[in-house]
Design a protein around this ligand. Sequence first.
Ligand code: ZN
Length: 244
Amino acid sequence: MDQNAIKEAATLLRQSGKTVALTGAGVSTESGIPDFRGRNGLWSRYDPFEYGTLGAFLDNPTKIWGMLAELLDVVDAEPNTGHIGLSRLEEMGLLAGIITQNIDSLHQKGGSKNIVEFHGSFETFTCLGCGRNHLLQFVRESTMPPQCKSCGEILKPDIVFFDEMIPESVLQDTQKLLAGTELLLVAGTSCQVQPAARIPHQVHNSGGRIIEINLVPALHGLATVSLTGSFAAVMEQLVRQLEE
Ligand code: ZN
């Protein structure tokens, strides 16, 4: 790995008045979660139009739960040293928060505190009948598809399906976190899915810098520093450099 790039990134982090991280599927692959969009990913085995929309869920929740049940294993995964590195940056006062496109809760498990889950989470489930909230543990102990404790309707995970809007409260939390951001640390995402893809442009247009951590650089023309490598390996080196 390019040591000069690591040093340059560490300098940017130290000098930044406010840094926010934007993370995607690539930060979780080293925790054993294949990128949903990649080879062996969920969407290579299930047609996203047939399985990934709220309309499909409402039409046949039992069928869609056949796929969603696989995510119960996904959320069993453990954070990797990259997730832990980001929580270390937060502890050191070098990171204000994380906006993640992942639904695996691995940033929470890695110790990070201030997290906006852009696409929701697989930790909570809402009854489409009465609105009652249920926790993951309840769903784990249920026979599929899981049904509401109160009214028996099928539960929907609090994730954002492809045809759903990002909830207004999440968009507001995102903008609150991004306000005044001088440095954006983009990790494990090529930023091709809207509306999260707009975030690097927003920071760049308001004069902020961008550090990118990706296996293959993707933010051409936007990133001040591109750290090429696995998220875990890069974060280990970056944290070591910052702790010196
Ligand atoms: Zn209910």
